[in-house]
Design a protein. Sequence first.
Length: 318
Amino acid sequence: MRSGNGWVTCEQGHQHWGLFGAAGLLVYAPDPEDDTVTLVLMQHRARWSHQGGTWALPGGAMDSDETPAQAALREADEECMLDPKLVVPRGLYSEVHGGWTYHTILAQAAEPFRVYSDSYESDEALWLPASQVDQLDLHPGFAASWPVLREALAPLTVFVDGTGLPGSTGFADGADAALRLRARLSDLTRTGLAALPDGYSAPPLERWYPDYVLVLDDAVLNDTGAVTADEAGQATGAAGYSWNQPPVERAAEVRTVAVADGAQAADVLADLVRVTPGRHLVVSDRPGARDRAAAAGAGQAGLDWLLGPGLDAPARPR
């Protein structure tokens, strides 16, 4: 018997399964036949279970030594035979019920993959369009959180303007600053963002795991000490990723884009925003770049939000 198995009564007088809380995994992917449609993995709960016969996410009770992500991935593996290597973390949503908490881990897949429902705990597991989820007989707890979760399915990409970094007129200094900025972004792919900038409209997730695009001057990017485009692609699958320390093998990306000689960083950022699906946040110390980002529909923040007073300072998102 697992340590988390058991019923508890929260401060609101409701009974919940999971002595240490519970967690579920919301996996979503683009429809391979129509990339404007988002598919989500839904589980039809076995008739014998609590609220049996309803639809919800694979999930269950957390054990005493588990994080939400560990519990969600374990349950998804047990109930749907889901391979953690096929998903990338995107967010954590926690719903508190008077001392008891249900955590939903949002995870993105490149495409819908085959799953096999456990005949004991679930009758079936299906990829369904997000627009059809409301038509199902949903588990009451999932039904209450679905409006927030549905809104959070649009992934967030953070574009960081690294042009004109301190010392970038000096070749080596600019490259060093770029390396340290990219290292900061790599750290954030593991720790996530606990908050987004003030005034940025987004669902109330407890943590975000966006992809990052670092925009650098071409001269800095091509310097032998700077990050190359090939190196930037190695961010996916970084070892030691801590999604609240989950056993996953894939992390968000840090990609690098060069601003060619004569081009304007504001133009490059605005073009990137227009062609990238989902939510957008442009981080720049250039007012013109932030204005162009806003015109393209992106949120804006200064580098101090991401880094603090300087590249050497301990950076903590506000």
